[in-house]
Structure formats: C-alpha cells, structure tokens
Design a protein around this ligand. Structure first.
Ligand SMILES: O=C(O)c1ccccc1N[C@@H]1O[C@H](COP(=O)(O)O)[C@@H](O)[C@H]1O
Length: 206
C-alpha cells in the first residue's frame, strides 16, 4: 500500500496548485498565528477554490478558541481538521467534522491509550515532541517509540524529507506521511523541487 502524502503549510494558490499537480493527496492550511506558515481565511479560501478534485484540504489548529475553528468552517469547505495542540477529545469532536489528532511523541507517551481516547479520530498523527513549538519544527523522533500496530490509521510526521521518508515508510508502515519543513528552502517557504523529490521518494518506495 502506498503511503498517502500530505504537504502542510501552503500559503499561496500557485504553490498549492503545483503541489497538487505533483501528486500530493492532501494539503494543510495552518490557522495557528504563531506559525510562519499561518494563512489568512481569505487566502485559504482562494487556495481551496483553486484545487482540483480528490485533493483533500486539512485545516490545522493549535489549541484554538472554538470560535476560530467555527469561523473557518463557516467560510471553507475543509475535508479534515487537524488538532495539533492539547485539545481534549470532547473539543475535537464538538465541531462535528472529521478530524485527526496530532500527538507529540517522546519516551513514556502511551500511544495506545491515546488512540483509545481519540477513538473517533480519522487518524493519529505522530510528530516529534519539542519544548520549543507545537509542530513544524523539522525535528524527528525515535520511530521505535511507536507500537507495532495502532487501532487508528497512523500519520507519520516530524522531520521527514526526501532523504529519509523511504526509510521511515519501511520502518513504520504508516497510512500517510506529513511534511512541512522538509520541503522548504527557507522557513515557511515551500520549494517545489523539494516537494517533487519528496513525493517521488514516497512513490518510488513501492
Ligand atoms: O507547520 C507548522 O508551522 C505547524 C505549526 C504548529 C503545529 C504544527 C505544524 N505543522 C505540523 O508539524 C508537523 C511536522 O512538521 P515538520 O515536517 O517537522 O516541519 C506536520 O504534521 C505539520 O502538519
């Protein structure tokens, strides 16, 4: 099974369209103001409207006030919500939309217990823990900390790039991979050559 590919942190129409044309299955729109990849609702609207069919749009939030999520959802027909903070399960499901829950992996974290708590999530996104930021750090975690199997689809992220993603897929067998920093030339600026190399590395693996 080929791992699905999400490219996170798109901030303009041309790059989003090119990313879709290169074969991304999903693109992420970051509604977290502290992120260098933060996108306004207006720009996000233009991006969503410009995408071809069968490319999923994912809205990323970090411990957001519910009014922000509701405001985005009123304007944008997003396919999936990604909660990348410490949102409890009741918060995640309150919007009545499909969601994935991001967890930041470090030794001692009980992923099976988390998968149980967020059992109605469409997937568990495993990212690296960093004391500095909630995500998009380009940091990897020890894939050996992942259990052999999880009851939810596993989305692997954290420091992936075209050089390590094939090894990651071989080692972890995730449902999908998610990347942000690893396909950028500068922080927050996507590099389409790197996007192409990343997608090719995932596809060539199979
Ligand atoms: O992309 C961001 O800026 C971001 C900000 C806050 C939380 C999550 C964020 N992105 C997610 O972080 C992971 C890992 O990214 P990276 O490839 O290591 O840079 C990924 O799941 C992004 O969706």
């Amino acid at each position: 099974m080929t791992a699905r590919i999400k490219i996170c942190g798109l901030r303009d129409v041309a790059t989003a369209r090119a990313t879709a044309a290169l074969g991304a299955d999903a693109i992420g729109l970051v509604f977290h103001e502290a992120s260098p990849r933060h996108v306004s609702i207006n720009t996000a609207h233009e991006i969503v409207a410009a995408l071809p069919p069968f490319v999923s749009t994912v809205g990323l939030f970090v411990d957001a006030d519910p009014s922000l999520v509701e405001g985005v959802l009123r304007t944008l027909p997003l396919d999936l919500l990604q909660f990348h903070g410490d949102e409890p399960p009741e918060y995640c499901r309150a919007f009545g939309r499909p969601y994935i829950k991001a967890v930041r992996v470090k030794p001692g974290l009980d992923l099976l217990e988390l998968a149980d708590r967020y059992a109605d999530a469409r997937g568990l996104l495993c990212d690296a823990y960093s004391p500095l930021a909630h995500g998009g750090t380009g940091e990897r975690f020890d894939w050996n900390l992942l259990p052999a199997s999880l009851p939810l689809p596993l989305i692997l992220s954290g420091g992936l790039d075209s050089a390590n993603v094939a090894d990651a897929i071989r080692a972890v067998r995730p449902w999908a991979v998610d990347v942000s920093s690893g396909v950028e030339s500068q922080r927050g600026i996507k590099d389409l050559d790197r996007v192409a190399q990343f997608i090719a590395a995932v596809r060539q693996h199979h």
